[in-house]
Design a protein around this ligand. Structure first.
Ligand SMILES: [Ca+2]
Ligand SMILES: [Ca+2]
Length: 211
């Protein structure tokens, strides 16, 4: 009888660990060769808390972040907390060139579109004239040309850079009707990266080195 009870218990523990690993790996990515020849993978969706839903951003600040469609993005998070959140997942924030090239659809400083969807500003493509953040990939037309990465223009600004010297929010947010260019983070900043509090228009997205 004792042996019978042990078996389901151990299975429970195993499947608990396995689920976490599986879920983290399952978050979809776009992988490409960056400017220096190294491979990089960027998540297709803005990061969300593990307990986020389509209607709620969730409350669990310590769990591994997810990159899933139709989840409210994780906002009000400092640059450093976003960096640590990606590290809990075995990943990191995206660096400037990686993020911009994934957004503009072409590797190279002078290659790619102005906005993630093309060169002509179109307020209907992404959440750029809205009242607040929406669940990731709510705009099916807000996709990059290179790999169907969603919401790189608009919805929420995204923390990038893995050191304070390179930290910057990029891509504009739900109020960024004219500031949702892929390079908008070079032109303006909506919040200082060293602020001790997060900003309601800034989230993040995780990247990792490819293999
Ligand atoms: Ca580019
Ligand atoms: Ca965004």
């Amino acid at each position: 009888m004792g042996r019978f009870l042990l078996l389901p218990l151990s299975l429970l523990v195993l499947s608990g660990c396995g689920d976490e690993q599986f879920n983290t790996i399952k978050d979809r990515e776009h992988c490409f060769v960056r400017r220096d020849g190294q491979s990089i993978c960027i998540e297709l969706f803005e990061a969300s808390r593990k307990d986020a839903t389509q209607d709620s951003p969730g409350v669990d600040d310590m769990a591994v972040p997810r990159g899933l469609e139709k989840r409210m993005p994780w906002i009000d998070i400092t640059w450093d907390a976003a960096r640590q959140a990606c590290e809990r997942k075995g990943k990191r924030l995206c660096e400037r060139d990686e993020w911009i090239d994934a957004c503009d659809g072409a590797v190279g400083e002078d290659d790619g579109y102005l906005f993630t969807y093309g060169d002509t500003e179109d307020a209907s493509r992404c959440n750029t004239g809205g009242q607040g953040p929406m669940a990731s990939a709510s705009f099916e037309t807000c996709i990059s040309a290179s790999g169907n990465v969603f919401d790189m223009s608009g919805n929420v600004w995204e923390w990038t850079g893995n050191s304070l010297a390179t930290a910057a929010a990029r891509g504009g947010g739900f109020r960024s009707t004219v500031a949702h260019r892929c390079t908008s983070g070079d032109l303006m900043q909506i919040a200082p990266p060293n602020s001790p509090v997060g900003h309601p228009e800034v989230g993040f997205r995780c990247c990792r080195d490819g293999t």
